[in-house]
Design a protein around this ligand. Structure first.
Ligand SMILES: [Mg+2]
Length: 283
């Protein structure tokens, strides 16, 4: 099976943006408009079950019923907070406060060198995704990605598969030649809902989620001197690992053979015997 494209989620996948980026910026926005609200690390972890910043604020208002000064209309307040939070977040990014996770730069550079196409599929706002790429990866990094699908580009956010379907459509590729990289169960559901084999790199907020549908689950993408740990999806679970373009190809092949008989048959092969044994050299 040919690997044609890698499709990356942004928040939590490229960088630990949630706890130290978005959460801090939300709290700055609350203070900026005179609210006494504060999202702790633990509370924010719960709110992360809601995808999208505006939706997250709305969920918090509904669940916690925090004090809202009477001069604020709720819809206006949500829109104002979201806009200011994005400004604080982008300012923090521009100051270099958010770093890429291990292996992200390595894999992206390797993919570019080998002609693997790159795309972004995120519920994050476009300006946030671009700011992270420019400051943490390279000033011209947004241009490395053929498609940057972000924010409200599709009506239904993750876990709906819409953003991934949009990316596939823009790339002009079928799902089974792409590999998605995600960090959450929501993101995994979105990617696999579009039929895309998915590698999950967990973080502290997502480690306990269910990733049964993932082709591979790792602690991060891995560096030569800082390998990841395989958590699930390979017979080599528990061993040191690094996701390279070569191993990504093998993950894709094993996943497609194991999960999608239709594609398998269409590919013209008559033997399934390699499906499980091909897992061995995955990492
Ligand atoms: Mg994410």
């Amino acid at each position: 099976m040919t690997l044609k494209a890698l499709i990356f989620d942004v928040d939590g996948t490229l960088a630990e943006t949630e706890r130290d980026g978005h959460r801090v910026a939300f709290n700055q926005a609350f203070a900026n408009v005179g609210l006494s609200w504060h999202w702790s690390i633990a509370r924010y972890g719960e709110l992360l079950h809601v995808a999208g910043g505006k939706e997250r604020i709305r969920a918090y208002i509904e669940q916690d019923q925090p004090p809202i000064p009477t001069h604020w209309d709720v819809e206006t307040l949500i829109a104002t907070l979201h806009q200011r939070k994005n400004q604080y977040y982008t300012d923090g990014l521009r100051r270099g406060e958010v770093q890429l996770r291990p292996g992200v730069r390595r894999l992206i550079l390797e993919a570019r060198a080998q002609g693997i196409r790159l795309a972004i599929a995120t519920t994050s706002q476009p300006e946030n995704a671009l700011a992270l790429l420019e400051t943490a990866l390279a000033p011209d990094a947004p241009g490395w990605f053929e498609v940057i699908a972000a924010g409200d580009i599709v009506p239904h956010k993750k876990p709906a598969p819409d953003v991934y379907r949009y990316v596939l459509q823009q790339l002009g590729l079928p799902a089974h030649v792409c590999l998605a990289i995600e960090d959450t169960e929501q993101g995994l559901t979105a990617a696999t809902g579009a039929g895309i084999p998915t590698v999950v790199t967990v973080n502290d907020y997502t480690r306990e989620q269910s990733f049964a549908a993932a082709a591979l689950v790792l602690t991060h993408l891995g560096e030569p001197q800082h390998p990841a740990q395989i958590l699930a999806g390979s017979p080599l679970a528990g061993q040191p690992a690094m996701l390279t373009v070569d191993t990504a190809r093998q993950v894709l092949q094993a996943s497609v053979l194991a999960n999608d008989v239709t594609v398998f048959h269409r590919a013209g092969s008559s033997s399934k015997s390699t499906a499980s044994t091909d897992l061995k050299p995955v990492i």
